[in-house]
Design a protein around this ligand. Structure first.
Ligand SMILES: [Zn+2]
Length: 162
């Protein structure tokens, strides 16, 4: 199946979101589901013939920001650089860098969670805010396996047992 594209910005960083209201409940019976573009925020509906999704239960804990320090690298079409992580959640992170990142840039990240394992790769992250010396990005596309590696290492670093 071809990747679903945002009708507004035509990129494919699209995520299915929870149905809201009776109309969307009913539409899902004819395979029409709500989606949101993670880049521009456009909300739209699209028909996914024959696709039945299971209910999405968002785990809020995934979006708790954890203070963690480790090096990271980033690379995009216009820029390559490195920085130091300040905090991270499964939805994004903030880091210190001297590089000149700008809002809306899309970068690939390598999070060096430990010196003895390969970095966790976030395939695409969009720069959301830039302050003096610190940058906040939102993760918009990464492999499930990389996400799991970050989750495991953050639990270990925080000494949590679950
Ligand atoms: Zn869009």
């Amino acid at each position: 199946m071809a990747p679903l594209r945002c009708p507004n910005c035509a990129r494919d960083f699209v995520r299915r979101i929870a149905r809201s209201g009776l109309a969307e409940m009913l539409l899902s019976y004819v395979y029409i589901y709500p989606f949101k573009c993670q880049l521009c925020g456009e909300r739209f509906r699209s028909r996914q013939w024959g696709v039945r999704y299971v209910r999405v239960g968002e785990d809020r804990r995934e979006y708790d920001r954890m203070e963690m320090r480790f090096p990271l690298t980033f690379s995009g079409q216009e820029i390559t650089g490195e920085g130091e992580l300040l905090n991270v959640s499964m939805g994004g992170c903030s880091f210190h860098t001297a590089a000149n990142l700008m809002n809306g840039m899309i970068v690939r990240l390598g999070l060096q969670i430990s010196s003895d394992v390969p970095p966790v790769i976030v395939g695409a992250a969009v720069v959301r805010n830039v302050r003096s010396g610190s940058v906040g990005v939102e993760f918009i596309q990464w492999q499930h396996s990389e996400r799991q590696r970050l989750q495991l290492s953050s639990k270990r670093l925080l000494g949590r047992r679950e």
